[in-house]
Design a binder for this molecule. Structure first.
Ligand SMILES: C=CC1=C(C)c2cc3[nH]c(cc4nc(cc5[nH]c(cc1n2)c(C)c5CCC(=O)O)C(CCC(=O)O)=C4C)c(C)c3C=C
Ligand SMILES: [Fe+2]
Ligand SMILES: [Fe+2]
Length: 368
């Protein structure tokens, strides 16, 4: 049934599907290895032809399995990413149905490497029969390894109805920045007067993706951090801060400095740290294990005390508001005021780095 048919029947106007994209995580111990295989078999992660990549992905997933399982056991056996994302989807659906009272909005979740996989969600969205589809990555900063990989996969598998529009990124969207600034200030206000450095810790990527392939991720991480620092400093004056990159995998050179290096430097400088997850929007293995356990131990060893960690933005109102603004922006309802970066033809006007070759996947309209 089209939007016009529904109007004639006195029902709500358009049917809008919003698809949230994230990486996915294993839900139990048995799914750790196939999840890792899917991740390392993605050409956006290992840029080799399939004949070389697939056996390598099998090898790496076998080798990493036991250590990764042990880390997931620290969180009860599997990843909390899907339940966290479901809470965000519910909160966003409520806000959007409120703000688009004449339309019907349903929010779906498409994960890249574990269930609900993009292909499964694409089939669900097709059954829903939307008039419009908003593709909304839960990655504030665009990277070829995350956003582009997810959007490419979606474009390859979605065969349903509706005009699709993709949000490329929202590195400095006001609600996203406010949510992080709130988290930083909450930790800076914690009792105690030991001097601290605020470490903005983003998931790393190989450096050559930025220098050789024009991946805009680093520039957008720097944009996020500059905006959060400005917001925090407006509230409480100058702060000592630095950007660093966590979760390095494999032998290649990744963006630096690494978060362990930055923690060690703070210890040497006689400072404690407030670590802020600046590219993750929910809690999962990289925050609950890597930041809260592994790096907390390192900070203790290196004398970076206190070690404080700002929460991920989760379902806080400012962040869910930022997602709603981004979706409305994609629907052309706000006149482009929300900080959604103009990829495609407008990209060069705002950003130094634009993804080369495949920028089309990130323009406002993808497919009819
Ligand atoms: C901004 C977000 C992310 C970027 C960029 C990213 C790049 C990237 N990741 C790997 C390898 C792994 N990532 C893993 C977990 C993981 N990664 C992200 C986000 C980004 N990854 C999230 C949200 C998660 C958590 C999933 C969960 O289960 O809770 C893992 C698995 C865990 C582990 O073994 O450490 C791997 C492996 C690469 C190689 C890469 C860029 C090239
Ligand atoms: Fe990752
Ligand atoms: Fe990790």
């Amino acid at each position: 049934m089209s939007g016009a048919d529904r109007d004639a029947g006195g029902l709500k106007g358009r049917r809008i599907a919003v698809v949230l994209f994230n990486l996915g995580g294993p839900d139990d111990q048995a799914s750790v290895k196939p999840f890792l295989f899917n991740l390392f078999n993605d050409p956006a992660i290992i840029g080799l032809p399939g004949l070389a990549r697939t056996p390598l992905a099998r090898l790496i997933s076998s080798r990493r399995e036991a250590a990764a399982q042990a880390n997931y056991r620290l969180m009860g056996g599997g990843s909390p990413l899907l339940p966290e994302t479901r809470r965000q989807a519910q909160a966003l659906e409520a806000v959007l149905n409120d703000r688009l009272a004449d339309d019907e909005v349903r929010v779906f979740i498409a994960m890249r490497y574990w269930h609900p996989l993009t292909q499964e969600t694409a089939a669900d969205v097709a059954v829903y029969g939307p008039d419009e589809v908003i593709l909304l990555p839960l990655y504030p900063q665009y990277s070829t390894t995350t956003t582009q990989s997810s959007l490419k996969e979606w474009n390859a598998v979605y065969a349903g109805s509706g005009v699709s529009r993709a949000v490329c990124c929202y590195p400095d969207a006001p609600g996203w920045i406010e949510a992080q600034a709130d988290g930083v200030c909450e930790k800076l206000d914690a009792p105690g007067d030991a001097p601290v450095r605020v470490l903005f810790s983003a998931h790393g990527i190989p450096e050559k993706l930025v220098t050789g392939k024009g991946d805009p991720y680093q520039e957008q991480v720097e944009t996020t951090v500059a905006s959060v620092v400005a917001a925090v400093e407006a509230r409480r004056g100058p702060i000592d801060h630095a950007i660093c990159y966590q979760s390095r995998v494999g032998p290649m050179k990744w963006l630096g400095p690494s978060t362990p290096e930055a923690i060690e430097a703070a210890g040497r400088d006689g400072l404690g740290v407030v670590v802020v997850p600046t590219a993750f929007v929910s809690e999962h293995i990289e925050t609950l294990v890597e930041l809260d356990i592994e790096y907390a131990e390192l900070a203790h060893e290196k004398g970076a005390s206190p070690y404080l960690r700002a929460p991920a933005v989760g379902i806080g109102a400012p962040f869910i508001g930022a997602l709603a603004d981004a979706a409305l922006d994609a629907l052309d309802r706000t006149g482009g005021r929300t900080g959604v970066a103009p990829f495609g033809p407008g990209c060069k006007a705002k950003w130094k780095s634009c993804p080369r070759g495949d920028a089309g996947t990130c323009s406002a309209r993808t497919a009819a």
